[in-house]
Design a protein around this ligand. Sequence first.
Ligand SMILES: [Zn+2]
Length: 173
Amino acid sequence: MEKRVLVLNLDHYPIAVVSVQKAMVLLLLEKAQLLSAYELLEIRTISRTFAYPAVIRLAHYKHIPYKGVLLNRANLFRRDRGECQYCGSTRQLTIDHVIARSKGGKTSWTNLVTACNRCNVLKGDKTPEQVGMQLRTPPFVPTLSYFLASYAERQAQEWLPYLETAVAQLQKK
Ligand SMILES: [Zn+2]
């Protein structure tokens, strides 16, 4: 499978994940520098062999307005690592409002958690305390780095040294 490439801004802040083709263009045009390569992989052309980029850094600072991570079903499940936040099950996942909508609970990162169907039904429109259920992790607003570190743990260990803060956040869980 083709590996993805982490792009850092000039100040080393992670800003994007791109295809290896896109990364090679940036490197060849000297718009980015290679910081880390995937070992045991290389890119061959007819005449040359290149290191297979894992992490690159832009040569010029890029101003990017930070909009935050989009709140949707897939990203919510991803934040909660595909586990029910009450019992840890990975099956029949749904979205639970910690404070029910009928009680004024908002649809926001800090009031939504991944819950299996069973826990969601058990809890109903009560608060976790009222039914003796406990959240494994208080719901939080995830950052792009958090998602990148989560991906890197599984797919691209070469990124981890460049995602230190986010990695520390993951390990606290
Ligand atoms: Zn559950």
